[in-house]
Design a protein around this ligand. Structure first.
Ligand code: GBH
Length: 449
């Protein structure tokens, strides 16, 4: 294997997807509590109220991590557990929970990778406009500085945002995630304010002046492949790449939004939310970047869904992504194409040669029959994707670690509990945890390194 010494093998989770205890110990509601309560928003009416009850079972989950033999564990902090109204009054019991967790990790020799924001904006901030609002970027930086001050002595790896594409476009344009909005201008304002909040947060945490700290961001990267080489399909794939990848990676690593923005979002002309000095803040140098990979997108040119430009949402860019190649699919219908992980990594490096070190911060799958424990398809998926990540390392990407999504079955957002991503099965009636074959496979794989 060509992974460097010190390469981290890990697993990932996020707060709302596993913790439960939604109103315990002073936690305030987030946009996902609100969204999940809307009839029809989440499959089966599922919510994160109980989830995998990790808030109570964290010690058992630490044992599972320890037995798995991982070097690192990626988890997220629930903003509204710490600041129930998103700002102002601190809830100490929230901070205490994460300190216990982190100290438990360290005592087992597992490095914590802490994510500050995995989609769960405090509802109080959404009530003021959420990420459409510039002020939310400042509130995020305040929250980041506070958590960093409280846990910076025990946590070194700090991720600001998980997949800002999802928080902005899926949440404010598609409406399939919280807060369930369908907007044009508001969704692009959310993109900008998330990036600004990221940069402000890195600056605020660096200003705390602690030693040996590393700051990064996690981006979902689905390469866009045109379904034919016709100019129309090629142009459609470019629009898709601007929407999902480049409107995030270009300002983060290249100092500017993509020039193509105007043609992609042609009907949205008011970009006054972008202020003059913002790009310097957004482009604050990072110590690492995390990349989440699940699938490639196969893109064809298509008419806009909404003919009236004034009513178009920000993801209505004239593309059709439903024409999939004849390859196996996961239980969510996602095409299984490990090569997409290689190109996601090499594309980013090629576009931005000065890219900081990279981690694959999520990769995993569900299969239709994975209620059970013999998840051989998941084992092949992981093995093939790890090999694809290795190919990118051989091609010159400075890859430092790989995290499987996920340790446990959990709340899969709009799909509720129907789809199970865990190496460990959770029986939601009893909360009993049972390691699957993939858990045992990953353990011996890590052990053999
Ligand atoms: C990641 O997003 C998330 O970080 C993680 O929380 C999640 O559990 C994991 O993937 C598995 O999905 O199916 O129509 O609702 C990956 C990118 C973007 C893929 C949103 C699914 C929703 C489309 N995800 N997308 S839909």
């Amino acid at each position: 294997m060509s992974f460097p010494a010190g390469f981290r093998w890990g697993v990932a989770t996020s707060a709302y997807q596993i913790e439960g205890a939604a109103s315990l110990d002073g936690r305030g509601p987030s946009i996902w509590d609100t969204f999940a309560a809307v009839p029809g928003a989440v499959a089966n009416g599922d919510t994160g109220d109980v989830a995998a009850d990790h808030y109570h079972r964290w010690e058992e989950d630490l044992r599972l991590l320890s037995d798995l033999g991982v070097d690192a564990y990626r988890f997220s902090v629930s903003w509204s557990r710490i600041l129930p109204e998103g700002r102002g009054r601190l809830e100490q019991r929230g901070l205490d929970f994460y300190r216990r967790l982190v100290e438990g990790l360290l005592s087992r020799g597992i490095e914590p990778f802490l994510t500050l924001y995995h989609w769960d904006l405090p509802q109080a901030l959404e009530d003021e406009g959420g990420w459409r609002n510039r002020d939310t970027a400042h509130r995020f930086a305040d929250y980041a500085a506070l958590v960093h001050e409280a846990l910076g002595d025990v946590v070194r790896k700090w991720t600001t945002l998980n997949e800002p594409y999802c928080s902005s476009i899926v949440g404010y344009a598609e409406g399939r995630h919280a807060p369930g909005a369908r907007e044009g201008h508001g969704a692009l304002a959310a993109v900008h304010h998330l990036l600004l909040g990221h940069g402000l947060a890195v600056g605020a945490m660096r200003a705390n002046g602690l030693a040996e700290q590393e700051f990064g961001i996690v981006l979902n990267q689905s390469p866009a492949v045109p379904v034919t080489d016709s100019p129309a399909d090629v142009a459609a794939a470019t629009r898709q790449d601007v929407l999902l990848r480049r409107q995030f990676t270009d300002p983060l690593f290249g100092g500017a939004y993509p020039e193509e923005s105007q043609s992609v979002f042609g009907d949205i002309t008011d970009f006054s939310f972008r202020q003059e000095d913002d790009l310097a803040v957004i482009g604050e140098p990072l110590d690492y970047v995390g990349l989440n990979y699940y699938y490639r997108l196969h893109v064809a040119d298509a008419p806009h869904r909404e003919p009236d430009p004034a009513k178009r949402t920000a993801h209505d860019i004239g593309v059709d992504t439903t024409r999939l190649p004849d390859v196996p699919r996961t239980g969510m219908g996602w095409p299984v194409e490990p090569v997409g992980l290689t190109t996601a990594l090499t594309d980013l490096k090629q576009r931005h040669p000065g890219l900081p070190p990279v981690y694959v911060t999520e990769n995993g799958c569900v299969y239709p029959d994975v209620e059970g424990f013999q998840d051989d398809d998941r084992i092949s998926f992981l093995r093939d994707h790890i090999a694809a990540a290795e190919a990118a390392a051989e091609a010159g990407v400075d890859l430092r670690g790989y995290f499987c999504w996920s340790l446990l079955d959990n709340f899969e957002w709009a799909h509720g509990y129907k789809h199970r991503f865990g190496l460990v099965h959770v029986d939601y009636a009893t909360q009993e945890r049972t390691p699957r074959a993939s858990y045992h496979w990953y353990r011996s794989f890590i052990g053999a390194r």
